[in-house]
Design a protein around this ligand. Sequence first.
Ligand code: HAM
Length: 429
Amino acid sequence: MTNYNRIQNPRGTLDVLPEDQYYWDLVRSSAEKIAQQFGHQRIDTPVFEATNLFSRTVGEGTDIVEKEMYTFNDRGDESLTLRPEGTAPVSRAYIQHGMHSMPQPVRLYYVTPIFRYERPQSGRFRQHWQFGVEAIGDASALIDAEVIHLLWSFLVSLGLTDIKLFINSIGDSQCRPTYLDELKSYYSKYQEEICGDCKIRLQKNPLRLLDCKQPRCQSIKTDAPNMIDHLCEECDEHFGSVRQLLEMWSIPYEIDTNLVRGLDYYTKTVFEIHPQHTGSQTALGAGGRYDGLIEQIGGANTPGVGFGSGIERIIMNLKQQNIDLKNNSSDKLSLYIAHIGDTSQEVSLRLLGSLRNLGIKVNTSSKSRSLKAQLRSANTMGVTHSLILGPDEIQNKQIKILEMGSGEESKIQIDQVETYFSAKESPKT
Ligand code: HAM
């Protein structure tokens, strides 16, 4: 026999099987509902963009741009990249479609696949889906707090209450350069002790020194100068107002002075929400302010703030925490027609067509099988009712209705089936 190699899904990707779809439906629909409640409108951008959109904004020295982008030249020799994050594309669309002339801030959201060539591990995929939110065109602390509130409410509405919000401020172009000089001169004293990655960070991207997880760098990091002690007056006030609003809205937070994020475009407020029961690399959602990004890609000086939240991770956490999401699909009317004998199969096919024309969810067996086997299929499909048609029913022009939940049986005339179920499908209020 020929031995064909079985083709598997690419490493770091996920098949979402039918049994998991209701988690996805629920998370997606909660995301959309809450985004709209906070006044955000949906935006969809292409899956790929010009490569320099990301290298200019996310940053040349970041892991994303250096190691993780899916970049290719198309047949016209243009360098394109599968979207490794959602903020730069939305900002590009903001400029391109003249959204600066709309009332500001322009509040947008997306639910979209993101591609990063990362080392696959639990909760870290090469294709993941992000629910993201951006509010562009307003520099006030109120918008930062609103966006954090939105992410917090989204996770809580799903039942994820065991979560923790971390916030920090990484300053702006006024105060950060002086701080970075101080950070560099502090770390320069430990050139010999720090890990290899930190040696590179010290040269290329010193803020990322604070993100190091290597045990040998921890005590050095603990004593490093903090950005929030070096904020200029404006950034300090901004951070204070964000915190005040979070307190006013009863959103608990912790300041993490080492929170710096892995993308270069951030200014002022940055934040992450983590589940409390697991280790670090597990943010369920994260974001911050990016006041320089739009200018970097050719727009006017325009502030922005937003977050991204990984849907796979949220679903993993819902499952880990045994949060029982009700499978609403089983509450909705759905039918299975079981038939015994040729005549009843013919009648069942006629009913199948007419019920479907009425918009009712209905299925049947394509071939003759035992009643037991057909009811087993009905069970697996999770239908609300099975309709049973056998020789007796055909003779009496009746059909047996089995309510799957209660096991109750009843009979109605075959020619009443459509009326009976269309009344059930749209009950009068
Ligand atoms: P990010 O922190 O890179 O930020 O990603 C946002 C969220 O996406 C993470 O908190 C996590 O939930 C999820 N995520 C990231 N990478 C993976 C992965 N490999 N596998 C599974 N989930 C993942 C951004 O992307 C920014 N664009 C967020 C933002 C929007 N900032 C301002 N506006």
